[in-house]
Ligand binder design. Sequence first.
Ligand code: GRF
Length: 223
Amino acid sequence: MAARPRALRLAVLASGRGSNLQAILDAIATGTLDAEVAGVFSDQPEARALQRARDAGVHAEALPATGFPSREAFDAAFFARVDAVRPDLVVCAGYMRIIGAPAVEARVGHMLNIHPSLLPAFKGLRTHRQALAAGVGEHGASVHFVTPDLDGGPVLAQVRVPVLAGDDEAALAARVLAREHPLLLAALRLLAGGRVALRERVVHLDGAPLAQPLQLTANDGFA
Ligand code: GRF
């Protein structure tokens, strides 16, 4: 990807709280992320993410999945709206619906997801509960390109968080979430700088294949 002549246009998909969206909006507002949120899209009309977008003066739309005859029919209608804002990159930030393979395949390399685990560990839902049940000493979050393999797409970057004695699901989730925001922003800065591309389903950084996911450091850069 060559250096971009203009700010990276993002479409953000969110089903709920929207704290990752807020981190993006705040970073853009303070000039620490050279991007623009072209629209926020949800399957949940009551999602707090939509209000966060509107408060920031960003286009926000909801399309509930009820009434559509199939996943593909819903995705076609939903992504027609997303495409209308002409995003360079679609960011799934707490978008809780599974996206069908046709809609994903059409966007491979142009769609990212943030997932609250150190992928490939703990795919799917309730990742913090899964981590506690497995007794791991370390947990975290991953930013990955979306492919039809659910939570299985190529990982760009991760952040590691300790699991502490006495942690419950809420405590661990809060510790991870606090680090998700800088992780997502650091990943988006690389994309905004034109430094990351997916080629043949392999993440490339500065033109070279990435052997392992980048690791966010304590000062919010990559090791
Ligand atoms: C985050 O934990 C994200 O990793 C996961 O869903 C959650 C969304 O949180 N995919 P928020 O809506 O951004 O606050």
